[in-house]
Ligand binder design. Structure first.
Ligand code: ARG
Length: 566
């Protein structure tokens, strides 16, 4: 951004009529360098100067012609295309990198701020399926992206660990379950019980009453009920943690829905005091008709609380505990209304931080039909998918590089990385179509492709015995088209991280890493690196070093490892 800012200042010194910020807003980076390194559109100035944009551009061109920072200026239509002196460009971008070296891409911009991220949040006793992958990896990436900007990130797994379904599970377990069976089958065993309960309850409605009774026992603190519930939770966590380990995802808190059991009554009282609570057929609701939304159910007829009540209590708890600057909720798009509703309730309660709550919705994962069906047919178990990705990666390694050391660990990095990269490649709101051919393609815009580029850069550095950043290179050796192109892409990294955080959109990083890899591969194709000319070799190895670090840091923001060898 340094050169960009300098160019904006230079233009500002010639057109004082337009504030610097406006200039920065309209100054463009053209898609290809034939149109200059920067292009300044003069259309907005036409009003100010009462002249045609191309005339203004021509006049500006005369004034800028002799600037040492510029090689050339051209007028095309109403645009002023600026060609920056290549050595100047290379030197400045290189210096920006040197300031941070291996930490390039991070900043302290948001130091002192806190973001709470609520993601993954699976439901206890239900399998973790491919749909859960999205919330988990998007939330994880957003946590890392914010951390890179200096935020303190608090990663919360809001486990779905309370509700009537546990009453059903207890009944089913007591009737048909066995301890050993559940121990050996884990969540699968719990799911079987749950499915059996539904089948049997269709024939015998009394089972539903029994389930309700058990849930009431749970709510009243009955020891047997709570012990079973706790055990179901433990069994589920063992399975979930295996998936989190595979994905390399962590949390700071597992305070799930049950954590708010004793924190909801104060919220209900507060709603009543503030005159927001209304009775409707024995239940308590908050009316939202003035916001064109259906009412939120706060307590049911029997007094029990709901999902939204827990979210209200949780947000107040989090505000008090973490004093967040933003609180993000990553879930599927189908929960859009739920979040809009209770965010509105927080606003109506008079909390000025209501606008710090953000729902981060995402689209569905669909599968190229048939190809991914598992034992269970429809539900694709995430763990199976991840393991298959690892196994397929191992096959590729055995085929292409059978003597690679640490094959297993690298296959894991590639397989898991490929799945995450694919998930984060498009705007999160778009549906993800999953196909193995695409995900594991080493030549496409994929995880393996960028990891491979990283490994290639690493290998060049090893061969060139380049271990740490050489700040004393001759930057005049970095002025050819391909090198400049790499540097210009590299320059964007810090602003891409900022943009990804502002838009809450990890795909900005994913796509950016592909740009870096492509620019480097072109550079590498045109410019031999391990040449005899010592100065040239050092300069080009430095490019490999920079690219290696940008890809590595970028992948890290997405929660993907970058192996040194592949
Ligand atoms: N457990 C919920 C589900 O699987 C997601 C919870 C999201 N977080 C929240 N605070 N509501 O659908």
């Amino acid at each position: 951004m340094k050169v960009y800012n300098q160019i904006a200042q230079l233009i500002n010194s010639k057109v004082k009529e337009l504030p610097l910020d406006d200039i920065k807003e309209i100054l463009e980076v053209p898609p290809n360098t034939d149109m200059g390194d920067f292009a300044f559109p003069c259309f907005r100035l036409a009003k100010v100067f009462r002249k045609a944009p191309n005339i203004i551009a021509s006049e500006l061109a005369v004034g800028l012609k002799d600037e040492p920072m510029l090689d050339n200026v051209e007028v095309v239509g109403g645009y002023l295309n600026l060609f920056v002196d290549k050595a100047y460009l290379a030197k400045n971008i290189f210096e920006s990198f040197c300031d941070k070296d291996v930490d390039y891409g991070t900043s302290e911009d948001s130091k002192g701020k806190t973001v709470v991220l609520d993601y993954s949040s699976p439901n206890i006793a239900k399998q973790f399926h491919i749909g859960h992958l999205r919330t988990t990896v998007i939330g994880n990436a957003l946590a890392k992206i914010h951390t890179a900007l200096g935020y303190k990130a608090v990663r919360v797994n809001h486990l779905g660990d309370w509700g009537t379904q546990f009453g059903k599970l207890i009944v089913a377990y007591k009737k048909w379950g066995s301890k050993d069976d559940i121990k050996s089958k884990g969540i699968d065993g719990l799911m079987e019980l749950y499915i059996r309960f539904h089948d049997e309850a269709e024939k015998l409605d009394a089972l539903n009453d029994e389930a309700r009774e058990w849930f009431t026992k749970m709510e009243n603190g009955n020891e047997e009920a709570l012990e079973l519930w706790n055990w179901f939770k433990e069994i589920s966590m063992v399975d979930f943690n295996r998936v989190y380990d595979l994905l390399g995802v962590d949390f700071d808190s597992f305070a799930g829905e049950s954590f708010y059991n004793d924190k909801m009554q104060p919220v209900v009282d507060e709603l009543r005091e503030k005159g927001l609570l209304e009775e409707s057929e024995g239940a308590n609701i908050v009316d939202l008709s003035d916001s064109d939304m259906p009412p939120v159910l706060i307590t049911k007829k029997d007094g029990s609380s709901l999902y939204a009540t827990r979210d209200l209590a949780a947000s107040i708890y989090r505000k008090n505990t973490y004093n967040f600057d933003k609180c993000l909720y990553v879930t599927g798009l189908e929960q859009k209304l739920h979040f809009a509703q209770w965010f509105k309730v927080i606003e109506k309660m008079g909390y000025d931080w209501a606008d710090q709550l953000h729902h981060i919705p995402y689209g569905l994962v669909s599968l190229k039909s048939g190809k991914l069906s598992t034992r269970k047919g429809q539900i694709i178990l995430l763990e199976e998918l991840l393991k298959e990705a690892i196994q397929r990666s191992e096959e590729v390694i055995n085929d292409k590089n059978p003597n690679l050391e640490n094959k297993e660990a690298i296959a894991k990095d590639i397989g898991i990385g490929a799945i995450i990269f694919n998930d984060l490649y498009n705007n999160r709101i778009k549906d993800v179509i999953f196909s193995w051919d695409k995900v594991l393609n080493f030549d496409g815009e994929t995880g393996p492709y960028v990891q491979y580029t990283h490994a290639r850069a690493s290998s060049l550095l090893r061969k060139g015995e380049y271990t740490e950043l050489n700040k004393n290179i001759d930057v005049s050796k970095l002025t050819d088209e391909y090198t400049i192109n790499v540097l210009k892409v590299v320059e964007k990294f810090p602003s891409k991280v900022r943009e990804a955080a502002d838009k809450l959109e990890p795909s900005i990083i994913t796509r950016y890493i592909v740009d870096v890899a492509q620019a480097f591969n072109k550079f590498y194709h045109e410019n031999p690196i391990l040449v005899d000319d010592v100065e040239l070799k050092q300069a080009r190895l430095t490019i490999a070093y920079i690219v290696k670090n940008v890809i590595k840091n970028g992948l890290d923001l997405l929660g993907i490892n970058a192996p040194e060898k592949m």
